[in-house]
Design a protein around this ligand. Structure first.
Ligand code: NIG
Ligand code: FE
Length: 418
């Protein structure tokens, strides 16, 4: 829609602009605009400034005027999810809490393979319905860009079903879904060849279709003892890079080696890192790889958090994502999880907000979002408060009252239809 309008006033507007991509950030570095307004045009930000001054400068403009206390921040970006899946793993959760480990459960028939079985049984239509529901829930919680992985199909046809379902869902929901192919999630139990043969088959038979049908521009792999080794995955990623895919790695979740591979291969991000030691932290910090913490997996598995403070202090870049999936991270509430990570890892408000806005955008190689700046997408969320500190202080309990996506009001708490 070709519209120009002014939205505001906001008691506070946190633009997340002019902040470093790497290293620690103090709250004093945040630019806080008071009594601010945003002019949007054709889905993008045209101007940000003092609300009254903007009204004066464009007296004819349509105004969406807000009453009361409101604070505005960029739309949240969740750079790592698995929200396309069939079935549930409530039984895994119960078994873990009864003392079994994630890897023990995987060996005894639960885990990722259980979700693969249930996802294969679901039709593309059923996957679209489920993914739509979850994407809408994320949107309502302020997430306007959601990365979504495949990885529960694990054959050319089943991975295609998942990625087509993600693409179809993307047409139906207001949030942008960024698809990632995770065919290298584990060696499928019904595959009779070796790890390398499986990966070669995927690269040969699936990668060209992903390009042809524009189903994904990103390739991910789970580098772990129970999945693929760094040596097995390197030729696979090299093929992906040669075809122009961006790469990202599930790294150092239970054992190290994934983050080193991420640095050597020039991945956009290394995600998880719960098992990273100072050696991996230094490697990441001295590279352009974004370290993505997944507190939802730590909360879901009851294990250590990613050493986020150490990563930032070493000079690394930290994104924070939900990892929303049926197994290790069933909660899926990014703001709650990011705020909790902040309390355990002693992160400033600015560092947490950076991790779910512009640093998450960098992890997805998206240059048009994550901060409120002229020319960027008009993706922003609004909270009923006059103090931005309340957002993380309430640990996810303060939900956005409005979500704007590309200049459109796509969620309004007072008129909520979903
Ligand atoms: O990011 N670690 C591997 N993959 C997912 C878990 C998927 C699952 O348990 O279904 C993760 O935690
Ligand atoms: Fe994951």
């Amino acid at each position: 829609m070709n519209t120009t309008q002014l939205i505001g006033p906001f008691k506070q507007l946190i633009s997340m602009a002019k902040l470093p991509l790497k290293g620690a950030i103090t709250d004093e570095e945040l630019l806080i605009l008071e009594d601010a307004g945003i002019i949007v045009e054709n889905g993008k930000i045209k101007k940000i400034g003092n609300f009254n001054a903007l009204v004066k400068s464009e007296p004819e403009i349509t105004v969406h005027e807000l009453q009361g206390n409101h604070t505005c921040i960029p739309g949240l970006i969740d750079a790592h999810t698995h929200i396309c899946f069939g079935g549930t793993r409530a039984n895994d959760y119960a078994m873990r809490n009864a003392g079994k480990s994630y890897l023990e459960i995987a060996k005894s028939g639960g885990g990722i393979w259980d979700t693969v079985t249930q996802t294969r049984k679901a039709s593309q239509k059923e996957l679209v319905q489920r993914t739509t529901k979850l994407a809408q829930r994320h949107l309502k919680n302020g997430v306007t860009t959601i990365e979504v992985k495949s990885g529960y199909g694990l054959s050319v046809d089943e991975e295609l079903k998942m990625l087509r379902a993600i693409s179809e869902t993307n047409q139906k929901v207001s949030a942008d879904l960024i698809p990632t192919c995770l065919a290298a999630h584990m060696l499928p139990k019904d595959y009779t060849g070796t790890h390398s043969e499986y990966l070669n088959g995927i690269a040969k038979n699936l990668f060209p279709i992903l390009k042809e049908e524009k189903l994904a521009n990103r390739i991910d792999a789970f580098v772990e003892e129970s999945a693929f080794s760094a040596a097995q995955i390197t030729p696979y990623f090299k093929k992906a890079i040669n075809l122009g895919f961006d790469i990202t790695i599930h790294a150092d979740q239970f054992s190290t080696s994934g983050s080193k591979a991420a640095v050597e291969l020039g991945a956009l991000s290394a995600d998880h890192l719960e098992a990273s030691t100072q050696e991996e932290i230094n490697l990441l910090a001295n590279s352009a790889v974004i370290a993505t913490a997944l507190p939802g997996a730590s909360i879901g598995l009851g294990c250590a958090f990613t050493p986020a403070r150490k990563i930032l202090d070493a000079g690394g870049s930290l994104a924070i994502a939900s990892d929303h999936n049926p197994g290790s991270a069933p909660m899926g509430d990014l703001l709650t999880q990011a705020s909790i990570l902040g309390t355990f890892e002693k992160l400033s408000n600015a560092e947490v907000l950076a991790g779910i806005t512009f640093r998450a955008a960098a992890a997805l190689n998206l240059k048009d979002r994550g901060q409120l700046t002229k020319g960027f997408l008009a993706d922003f969320i609004v909270f009923h408060t006059n103090n931005y500190q309340e957002i993380l202080y309430q640990q996810g309990n303060l939900k956005p009252c409005m979500v704007w996506k590309k200049g459109q009001l796509v969620y309004d708490k007072h008129k909520a239809k979903f």
